[in-house]
Design a protein around this ligand. Structure first.
Ligand code: ZN
Length: 202
């Protein structure tokens, strides 16, 4: 999602977000449905992103996107029921910058597929931390190329050392999250979803 889109939090989206927050509180089943991944298509049907269902519903309610496919779940909130989308499409074409992802913990974990880059263990986001490959104390910066997903045991073992000094090796060289990475991840996610497949494999 482009930074511009992230900041388009108008009154509708705030209202919608409030609605979903209370929905998630009162209906057990809605919590997971709201976090389900939704494929985002550009107006041209080109796949550009994956977002959580909650975010997708906000975009649909704001009139920024329309639902192309539904995931079969309903969101029940107050007196309304909404079909939860599986694929949405933006109504206005957006130029996607070559590198469209903000540097964030969430995006680093997404790039590294929630896998510790030293021992290859796959963990939940809360069980992972970010490791500075070149430690900050030794001049390492917070960049795509110097941050990797890391489990706590590996992080403790590495401490303030370079990987080589700690006898550790990165699974692969960390790179910026670009459109190529996004497409690759979208395809991996889409393999198990019939509704996504037709937009991802052509
Ligand atoms: Zn590890």
């Amino acid at each position: 999602m482009s930074p511009r889109m992230e900041h388009e939090a108008g009154p509708t989206s705030r209202r919608a977000a409030g609605l979903f927050a209370s929905a998630a509180l009162h209906h057990d089943g809605n919590g997971n449905a709201l976090h389900a991944p939704v494929l985002v298509l550009n107006a041209s049907y080109e796949p550009i992103n994956v977002c959580a269902a909650r975010r997708a519903l906000v975009l649909v309610l704001k009139g920024v996107a329309m639902t192309e496919e539904e995931n079969g779940h309903f969101l029940h909130a107050a007196r309304i029921a909404m079909r939860v989308p599986s694929v949405i499409r933006l109504l206005e074409y957006r130029r996607i910058p070559h590198q469209s992802r903000a540097l964030s913990r969430k995006n680093i974990l997404l790039r590294d597929r929630n896998t510790c880059q030293y021992c290859a263990t796959v963990l939940s986001s809360s069980e992972l931390t970010l490791d500075h490959v070149i430690p900050r104390s030794r001049g390492g910066s917070s960049t795509w190329e110097n941050l990797v997903a890391c489990c706590h045991p590996c992080n403790r073992h590495k401490g303030n050392q370079f990987p080589g000094e700690a006898g550790m090796k990165l699974m692969r060289e960390p790179r910026a999250f670009n459109l190529h990475t996004s497409r690759h991840i979208m395809r991996l996610m889409g393999r198990s979803d019939d509704k996504w497949r037709k937009y991802l494999f052509y």
